[in-house]
Design a protein around this ligand. Structure first.
Ligand code: FAD
Ligand code: SIN
Length: 550
């Protein structure tokens, strides 16, 4: 591998990710300098594009910012950072008005916006587009806005490998232009991570294939602080059909009257919680999991058959058409469903302006942790989070001055370190990355899923460490190997914090500690520990240090 002459380009700002958060950040940055937006696939390939239910925002006459705040705090089990929640619910209406002024069309009834109800919302406040295609409408609107700004360039199929860090902070990133097979540096004043969640760390997930936790893993390697990585939200209802992916069946379906039934075709949720179908997401997902255990089944049913077929086809056109592809007519038959990993609540720790502990490095969107979701995210708050904090991070990053001169030689040597880490003493990459990834994903589903215990988590951690040792001896320059490294890192971080939090609150449930425990109101921080040398090669996955704080 070449050790000299690494190509580099400069841009004032770098945004890694083109979902709702990354695009909002880029728009807020335009006017302040040149902006490069990277994504590792196509521009529309993250979770944002697939969002169905809608976007929660307090703009109806029956609603108020205060009610939205209260519902978010209650769903978050008193574990949210109230300051961050306030920012989101207060700034949300303006961000929606921006979208509408840029051409976004939300569904209306009788000339007024149609607001839906979802679980744990005390009011009807979910705006939607084309029934169940809200994410697509929002991303298309943001992309249109981006394309009208000559300062913003989107680079598709550019995989970000790692951040460039020198003594003063973050100076950009090392990226791989996949089609050209070229690795080069992008040097910047400020870098914003907006890479989305970690869903693909689990075998059952609603998330698309690009969602492999890269941003959190690279921030961790760079020395960023992470927070509450054990809080993974499992969506209660994803399609469970042989040969079909675990396609999401929106919570909005329950909001419209769909009922969850067990394998004996009996409604059961009221036995677990008085709010039944409208109980918070963590409660419903766990109740389904327990009912599946009790009835020896791998799925339950979502039943819409009592609703008017014309209404179903009009209200959920995308879901209806997708299920029909698998020969399932949801107006006539019950839908086999089971929970799936959906959203990471923790992530890269930021303040309310999205700054991390590293100068010049920001994070916004799903991979960031402002504390806005507490221990359990309220449905449809995530698109709003992406719009509000994406925009804020752009405004904040624009203030980063260019005064600290980039030390080019130093950065080149950082990149060369990466190259030589993949040089002598390493084995050639093999084409078994997908196989290893699948085994980690199954392991995480079985041992670090909806219900966890010390024995299972210990077992998972041993397997993860073994895989880590194996992988560390290998060259890691293909996208598959780099994603494998990131998935393994995220698996280790989730498992470590899930083991440390001996208590159950919100989305984190330990069968051996079913009560919330003494430390329920403390956050769990993580940062890179000592870099251990294994068999002569430095361990690029790094061991985590875990610490508690309020
Ligand atoms: P994403 O939209 O996931 O974007 C991530 C971007 O990062 C992508 O462009 C990707 O290519 C890029 N990227 C990742 N790694 C790299 C790398 N190494 N190098 C370069 N680029 C990289 N929330 C709601 O509020 N309402 C809903 O109705 C709703 N429905 C949902 C339905 C589904 C099926 C799913 C999966 C999620 C849903 N959510 C919903 C959650 C919400 O959509 C996401 O949390 C949110 O869209 C995340 O936005 P983001 O910008 O942070 O990330
Ligand atoms: C859904 O439509 O059920 C997903 C909503 C969300 O994840 O917020």
């Amino acid at each position: 591998m070449a050790k000299r002459g690494i190509k580099s380009i400069s841009s004032d700002f770098l945004v890694i990710g083109s979902g709702v958060a990354g695009l909002s950040a880029a728009i807020a940055l335009s006017g302040s300098g040149s902006v490069v937006v990277l994504n590792k696939g196509r521009a529309m390939e993250g979770s944002s594009e697939f969002a169905q239910g809608g976007i929660a925002v307090a703009i109806s006459e029956e609603d108020s910012i205060g009610f939205h705040l209260e519902d978010t705090l209650a769903a978050g089990r008193g574990f949210c950072r109230e300051e961050a929640v306030k920012v989101m619910v207060e700034e949300g209406p303006d961000r929606i008005r921006d979208l509408i002024s840029w051409g976004a069309e939300f569904d209306k009834e009788g000339g007024r916006f149609a607001f839906a109800r979802e679980a744990a919302h005390s009011r009807e406040r979910i705006l939607r587009a084309k029934g169940d295609a809200t994410g697509e409408e929002i991303v298309k609107t943001l992309l249109r806005r981006v394309s009208s700004s000559p300062e913003i360039a989107i680079f598709e199929h550019h995989f970000t490998i790692d951040l460039l860090i020198d003594n003063s902070g973050c100076r950009g990133a090392i990226v791989m232009d996949e089609p050209k097979g070229e690795i080069y540096l992008i040097k910047t004043r400020a870098t914003i991570i907006a890479t989305g969640g970690i869903g693909r760390v689990y075998s059952r997930t609603t998330n698309p294939s690009v969602v492999t936790g890269d941003g959190i893993a690279m921030a961790f390697r760079a020395g960023a602080e992470l927070e509450d990585m054990e809080f993974i939200q499992f969506h209660p209802t994803s399609l469970f059909l042989p040969g079909a992916p675990p396609f999401l069946l929106s919570e909005a379906m329950r909001g419209e009257g769909a009922i969850i039934k067990n394998i004996k075709k009996e409604a059961f949720l009221s036995r677990y919680n008085p709010d039944a179908e409208m109980a918070p997401r963590d409660v419903v997902a766990r109740a389904i999991w327990l009912e599946m255990q009790a009835t020896g089944s791998r799925h339950v049913y979502l039943d819409l058959t009592s609703l008017d077929p014309v209404f179903i086809r009009g209200r959920f056109p995308k879901i209806y058409a997708t299920c029909l592809q698998y020969d399932l007519d949801i107006t006539e038959e019950m839908i086999p469903v089971s929970p799936a990993a959906h959203f990471i609540i923790g992530g890269i720790k930021t303040d309310i302006n999205c700054a991390t502990n590293i100068w010049g490095l920001y994070a916004a969107g799903e991979e960031a942790c402002t504390g806005v979701h507490g221990a359990n995210r309220l449905a449809s708050n995530s698109l709003l989070e992406g719009l509000v904090f994406g925009s804020r991070t752009g405004e904040e990053a624009a203030k980063v001055s260019d005064k600290q001169e980039v030390v080019n030689g130093k950065l080149d040597s950082l990149a060369r370190d990466f190259m030589s880490d993949n040089g002598e003493g390493r084995q050639e990459s093999r084409d078994d990355s997908d196989k290893i990834i699948n085994s980690i994903r199954r392991l995480m589903w079985d041992k670090a899923g909806i219900v966890r215990s010390k024995d299972g988590l210990d077992e998972a951690l041993i397997s993860i460490k073994e895989l880590r040792t194996l992988l560390n001896k290998r060259i890691q320059t293909s996208r598959a190997d780099l994603e494998l490294k990131n998935i393994l890192t995220i698996a280790q971080l989730i498992t470590t914090t899930a083991l440390t939090r001996e208590g159950s609150i919100g989305a984190h449930y330990r069968s051996d500690f079913p009560d919330k425990g003494d430390r329920w109101d403390r956050h769990l921080g993580l940062r890179k520990g000592e870099v251990i040398s294994r068999g002569g090669a430095p361990d690029t996955l790094c061991s985590p240090q875990v610490y508690w704080y309020r």
